[in-house]
Design a protein around this ligand. Sequence first.
Ligand code: ADP
Ligand code: ZN
Ligand code: ZN
Length: 759
Amino acid sequence: MERKYADIIIDISHEKLDKTFQYVIPERLWEKVEVGTCVLAPFGKGNRLRKGYVARIGGQAAYAPEKLKEIADVERNAISAEERYIALAAWMKEQYGSTLIAALKTVLPIKQKVRKLERKSCKLLLDAGEAEELLRSCEGKRQTAKTRLLKELIQARELPMPWITGKLHISSQTVKSLEGQGAVEVLSESSYRNPVKIADNATDARMEAYKKEKCLNEEQRAAADGILADFDAGRRGTCLIHGITGSGKTEVYLEIIEGMIKRGKQAIVLIPEIALTYQTLLRFYARFGDRVSVMNSTLSQGEKYDQCERAKKGEIDVVIGPRSALFTPFSRLGVIIIDEEHEGTYKSESMPKYHARETAEKIASMQDAAVVLGSATPSLEAYYRAKTGKYKLYELKQRQPGRELPSVCTVDLREELRQGNRSIFSRKLRGLLEERLEKGEQSILFLNRRGYAGFVSCRSCGYVMKCPHCDVSLSEHAGGKLVCHYCGYTRPGVSGCPACGSKYILGFRAGTQQIEEAVRKEFPKARVLRMDADSTRTKDSYEGILNSFANGEADILLGTQMIVKGHDFPDVTLVGILAADLSLHVNDYRAGERTFQLLTQAAGRAGRGKKPGEVVIQTYDPGHYSIVHAANQDYSGFYEEEIMYREMLSYPPAAHMLAILAASPVEEEGMRLAEKIGELLKESGGSDGKDALRVIGPAAASVGKIQDIYRFMIYVKHADGGKLIEAKNAVEAFLEERQEKGEAGKETVQFDFDPLRSY
Ligand code: ADP
Ligand code: ZN
Ligand code: ZN
C-alpha cells in the first residue's frame, strides 16, 4: 500500500471541526505513521502544530494534492491509539452522537507515556574475608560512611538504595566509590506501580472465608458450565444471570473467569461504583492473587499506565473497575462481566453518553469475547432481551441453605396517621427496632430519596399531583406552581387534596440528618451511624463507616441508597425502609423500575447470616405494583406489569427513545433552535402512520436553567433504534449546515439515547 496520505482526527473538541483532515505523510515518516499514531500537524490560523490521531492511511488524495499540508512529526510522548480504538470511537460517535475526538478520548485508557518506576539496590560482591579486609582498611582511613555501609552489607549482602540514602544517610557518592573499587554493584530493576495493596490484610477474616473452596450448587454450576461450553463451541453473545440477592452470582463469575484463564483468556469485571472496589478485589484476589488488578479514576497516571502495560503484556488476567475499565487494552480478552448491570452508573453522563452494556457488547464482538450480565433486579432492557431470545438467561433462585430470604411486611403510613401516629416510625417498625436493640442485633434504616424532585402528595390519602398528559408527577417550583417536565404543562399549586379534600397536601421534605435526630430521640441508647453523601465526602470515611458497622460498633446504620449496594453484613436482622414511595413520583418513566430495584436490594441486606431477617416497608402507596412486588420479592411479577406499561406508552425497551438537549445562554435562541430541530424531525420522520417518528416537545427541561444556560428538551421515539440514529444524523447535518452558513450562535446540542435520567 502506498503510504502517502493520512486522514487525521485533530485534537479539538468542536462540532464545527468534527471531521478528519487529509495530510501528506512525508517520506521520512512513512515507517513511523500507522493508523492510530499520534502525530503533530499544522492546523488553522498560523499553522500552529496540533496533536491528532491518524484515522486512515491511503495512496489517493481526496483533494488537489498540492493543496495538502504535510504532517510535521510523530508525537513521541503520546500513546498511539491502536487501530481498534479508532474503530470503537467511530462506532461511539455514530451510536451516541459526540465529536470523534471526544469519543476517542473516552476510549483511550491513557494518553501520555509515564516513566518506568525503577528499583535500585546495592549488592556486596566480596566474600566474607575480602569484605573484612576492606572494612579494616576503611576504618584505618577514617572513612566512616564507607565503614558503616560495609558493616551493614556484610550483614545483609544486599540493600535497597532508598534505604541506604534515606535511613543510613549515606550518599550515593560513597556507594559509587565502593562500586569503583569493585566491592559492590548497584542493580536496577524496573518495576510496575501496583495499585493492589492487599498484603496487610492477608489475614483478614473475610479473605480466609473467600479462600475456602466453594462447591457450586446445581444452578450455579449450570450457569458457569453453560457459559463456558458456549464459548468453547464458538458461540458468542450476551448472557444474563438473574440471581436473587445473595444467591452466589459472584461465585459464578469467579468460576467463569477461572475457566477463561485456563483457556488463555483475560477478563474485565465491571462494578457499579468505585467504592465497591476493595471488597470485590479482596474476593478476586483470594482466588487469583497477583493476576488481578484494578483500573479506575483514583489511580495515578503512572499506576494507570503501568496497569495498561501489564494488561497488554498479558501479565494480568483480570481487571476490576467501573465503566471506564471497559477500555483496558487486553489482547486476549475472553469475557466482560457486568455486575449489578441494572445500575444507572453504567451510563456515561457526559458526551458521548454511552452505556457500558452496549459498549461491552461492541468490544466483545470486536475481540471475539463473551458478555455476562448479572443482577438480582435486572434492568428492563436486559430482561426484555433475555425474554425475546437475544440474551441467554440463567436463573439462580436460592440462597445458600439456612440463609433464606427475609420475611417482608408493608405498613400503610396513611393508616398510621389516621391512628394519630405522626412519628417517622410506624408502630410495627418501632417495635421491631426495640426488640433488636434488646437482643443486641443490628438494623439498617434506609431512607429512599433517590432522584427526589419535590413532588407534591397528600399525607391523608397518598394522592400525588400528576400531569394529565404524561403520567409523571408534577414538580413544585418556586412560588408553588406545579410543572410537568416532559410536556411543559403548568398549573397553580393546590391548597386541598383534589381526591379527599385534606389540607395535608404538600411537597415532601426529608433528610437523613432529620431522621438521625428522630432516631436518637426515640432510641437514646442506640448507637447510630449515618451514611449519606455528606458523611462520606472522602473515600476513607465511607470505608470507615462500613467497617465500624461490620465490626459491631453500632446498632443502627442509617443511610440513603449508598447502603443498599452489594454490602454483606451478616449480623443485620432488620431492615426498615422509611419512605418507600419517595422514588416513585420522580418525573421519569423509570421511577417504578428504580423503586422496585431499590426496595428489593435493600430488603436483600437482611438475613444474610445465620439468623433470619425481617423487613418493614413503610409507604403511603402500599398498593403500587412496584411496592407490592418488591414486598413479595417477585421480579417476574414486577417485570410483566412494568413491560406492559412501557409497551403501552412506547418507552424503552419496548421502543427506543432519544433525548435531545438544546442549550443556550440566550433563552429565545435555545427555544428557537429546539423548535427548528423539532420541525426538522417531524418533517423528516414521516407524518403519520406506524413508521413515523414520534416527536415530543420541545419543552423546558426540568432544570430549565443551569448556570445561566437555558435548556430545552425534545424527545423522539421509535420502535427501531436505527431510525433514531438516522434522526440524530439529520440533526447533526442540520447543525453543520447552519454553522457553515454562519447562522449558529452559542447554542449547544447534546444527545442521549434511551436516557436513564430525566432532563
Ligand atoms: P451475590 O453475588 O449473588 O449477591 P454472593 O456471591 O456474594 O452472592 O454469595 C452470597 C454468600 O453466599 C457469600 O458469602 C458466598 O461466599 C456464599 N456462597 C455463594 N455460593 C456458595 C456456594 N456454592 N457454597 C458456599 N457458599 C456460597
Ligand atoms: Zn406532561
Ligand atoms: Zn387526599
